[in-house]
Design a protein around this ligand. Structure first.
Ligand SMILES: NC(=O)c1ccc[n+]([C@@H]2O[C@H](COP(=O)([O-])OP(=O)(O)OC[C@H]3O[C@@H](n4cnc5c(N)ncnc54)[C@H](O)[C@@H]3O)[C@@H](O)[C@H]2O)c1
Length: 358
């Protein structure tokens, strides 16, 4: 059996905010005591996590990673089909997490009952030539249905939305929960962690940094130019040429398309996304257990005037996103990128709100 300490070594690292020095040192001090901290968390917290879309390309490897996560006690795998098989398969892994499969509408309520965290990767992925917004027609309805069920069966759960277009699906989720009278803006997240994961990898490659020590905050949204990596706030600090900054920013913004094209019609990022989703889920669970954790995420926000939803650093705690940090000092290039992304992000938000209110 994988002991928790062994499993822990394979778990992803969290980011620390450069926006708040004192907060950063909290995260760093947590690293040195993470093993005893995780032991306490396991003993004291029962956490049920549901994955909706669990039989899919992201859902399956995400379920595997969460079956190895000591912060989870029960894993509910829901999809329209095939989850009994995925659950049976995973249930043979000798970690203590209980796994159950749920398939079809009539089992959705049971999957969600008692959940602390719901992760939603349900929906269709991109094919070459498609933007994330092209997925709206199908995925908007799927997210609306699933979040409606969350509002009915686990109104206090934290919700992590992966289904694209995230820039619109998060506002949809918020409107659905508002209509049910159970919306808590601290608990609804668009998962943008893959943008941070990719940025860390690409920057470390470019500058020869240790990737484990590399941290790039990424703000804005999760589609094309709305993805804005803040290289000026990245750690370790480095000198960049203007060409390096432009090329790296463009690569990060188009990284999803790089995978879509390489997969040549077989979908979008699944394995790296599962890793990113597992990292963000663990950060949420650590936060619930009283450990302050910092991540960039797409949330309801007042950080940028005129954009009601925006990705920036947040502090995760027992009540969800307990603090949403401002973007900090930007370079003229980053300011320009921020101005450019505003109209697209605003229109995606408005589209989501309108659909959610229908
Ligand atoms: N946020 C991100 O960074 C990010 C990254 C990559 C992919 N994505 C998005 O994640 C989503 C899933 O991608 P994938 O590659 O896993 O797709 P996939 O097609 O492999 O899997 C999607 C799963 O959702 C299920 N599903 C469809 N309708 C459902 C419903 N009503 N209820 C429950 N399950 C339902 C399908 O049966 C399928 O198993 C896509 O929208 C994709 O664009 C987001």
């Amino acid at each position: 059996m994988l002991k928790s300490t062994q499993a822990q070594q394979h778990l992803p690292r969290r980011t620390a905010p450069r926006v708040a020095r004192s907060a950063k040192s909290l995260v760093l001090s947590r690293r040195s005591s993470s093993r005893s901290a995780s032991g306490t968390a396991m003993a004291s917290s029962m956490r049920k996590v549901a994955i909706l879309g669990a039989a899919g390309g992201i859902g399956q490897p995400l379920a595997l990673l969460l079956k190895m996560n000591p912060f989870v006690t029960n894993l509910a795998l829901y999809d329209i089909a095939n989850t009994p098989g995925v659950a049976a398969d995973l249930s043979h892994i000798n970690t203590s997490i209980q796994v159950a499969g749920y398939a079809g509408d009539d089992q959705l309520g049971d999957a969600l009952a008692g959940c602390d965290l719901v992760i939603i990767p349900a929906g269709v992925p991109r094919k070459p030539g498609m933007t994330r917004d092209d997925l709206f027609e199908i995925n908007a309805g799927i997210v609306k249905t699933l979040v409606t069920a969350c509002g009915e069966h686990c109104p206090n759960a934290v919700i992590n939305i992966i289904s694209n277009p995230v820039n619109s699906t998060v506002p949809i989720a918020a409107e659905v929960l508002k209509a049910k009278g159970v919306y808590d803006p601290k608990k609804v997240f668009g998962v943008t962690t893959l943008d941070i994961v990719r940025s860390n990898t690409f920057l470390a490659e470019l500058k020869g940094f240790d990737v484990v020590e590399t941290d790039v905050p990424v703000i804005g949204g999760h589609a094309g130019i709305t993805i804005l990596p803040l290289l000026s706030q990245a750690t370790p600090m480095a000198d960049y040429t203007a060409e390096e900054i432009e090329a790296l920013t463009t690569r990060i913004q188009n990284a999803g398309t790089e995978v879509v094209e390489a997969k040549d019609g077989a979908g979008s990022a699944t394995l790296s996304m599962a890793y990113a989703a597992a990292r963000f889920a663990e950060s949420c669970l650590r936060g619930m257990n009283g450990e302050p954790v910092f991540e960039c995420a797409y949330v309801e926000s007042s950080v940028v005037e005129g954009l009601d939803y925006f990705a920036s650093k947040v502090k995760l705690g027992p009540r969800g996103a307990e603090e949403v940090f401002p973007v900090g000092d930007l370079t003229p290039f980053e300011e320009e990128c921020l101005e450019k992304l505003k109209p697209e992000l605003k229109s995606s938000i408005e589209k989501g709100i309108a659909f959610g209110q229908k």
